[in-house]
Design a protein around this ligand. Structure first.
Ligand SMILES: Cc1cc2nc3c(=O)[nH]c(=O)nc-3n(C[C@H](O)[C@H](O)[C@H](O)COP(=O)(O)O)c2cc1C
Length: 252
């Protein structure tokens, strides 16, 4: 079920006001499609309502349920912690696989979320925008000291940084074109920490009304020459390590 901010369109989380309509949509899809139907929901303020919602979806034919542990009014992910207790109760109430969503910022969160909720998997969104290497075991400086890891194993330079990830992303964009406004916002997300160190480069970037891949690769080179590298951190015992080309590979 798509984005939360579409009241007049009667879709996204605003469908939560109309359970019979959701039921009929899922039933129709499940009856007529050859592929399994998955749903993604937000929680209600009342746990029993959330459980009833999840059970209704299961009955209607949903085969996989992702639960974002925030209500539809809790829009700011940094302000509102996702309710992992509610996700755990949903997981206990249905037989279909459940994916937990909300507050996954690094692999430590993945493990604690799976343990806490009993979910079958996790989803992450906001953090991936700035750190697409999250599931390979890397974390940004912001989350370096967060979690219960043994300090000696926590926060070592993982040999990878956000500029490496951006370069990989740019190569993919050349291969699979996307609108420049999307590229622009990903550059801001991935280079945000570097731009804080060198705001003049950000200003120059913002002044470019027309971008090219060549210009962007040059900008990354310029940032590297200016120094102040902001690494991504990895746990030394992580099963994932960066290779020379920046792609992660299993070390075990
Ligand atoms: C760029 C972006 C696009 C998103 N698009 C959708 C969407 O189309 N449908 C949806 O249900 N949720 C969408 N979300 C919400 C996320 O799937 C997720 O539920 C939410 O961000 C909470 O997870 P997080 O705490 O890991 O960010 C989007 C989030 C982001 C950052």
């Amino acid at each position: 079920m798509p984005a939360a901010d579409c009241p007049e369109g009667n879709y996204g989380a605003f469908l939560m006001d109309n359970m019979p309509l959701i039921r009929s949509l899922v039933e129709k899809l499940a009856c007529n499609l050859q592929v399994p139907v998955s749903c993604k929901i937000r929680i209600f303020p009342d746990l029993q309502d959330t459980i009833a919602y999840a059970r209704m979806l299961e009955e209607a034919g949903c085969s996989l349920l992702a639960v974002h542990g925030r209500t539809r009014d809790e829009k700011d992910g940094r302000k509102f912690r996702a309710d992992w207790d509610a996700i755990r109760e949903v997981k206990k109430s249905v037989r279909i696989p459940v994916l937990a969503n909300g507050n996954i910022r690094h692999m430590e969160d993945v493990h604690s979320c799976l343990e806490h909720t009993g979910a079958d998997g996790v989803l992450s969104a906001e953090t991936l925008l700035e750190n697409p290497a999250l599931f390979a075991g890397f974390r940004t400086a912001e989350w370096r000291d967060c979690g219960n890891l043994d300090e000696s194993k926590n926060g070592e330079d993982g040999g990878l940084d956000q500029a490496d990830l951006l370069e990989e992303y740019l190569k993919l964009c050349e291969q699979y074109p996307v609108p420049w406004r999307i590229v622009r916002s990903h550059v801001h997300k991935m280079l945000g920490d570097w731009f804080k160190v060198h705001p003049e480069v950000r200003e120059e970037f913002n002044r470019q009304s027309k971008l090219t891949f060549e210009w962007l690769h040059d900008m990354v080179g310029k940032l590297r020459n200016l120094g102040g590298r902001v690494p991504l951190y990895a746990n030394a015992t992580s099963t994932w390590k960066a290779t020379e080309n920046g792609f992660p590979m299993s070390s075990s």
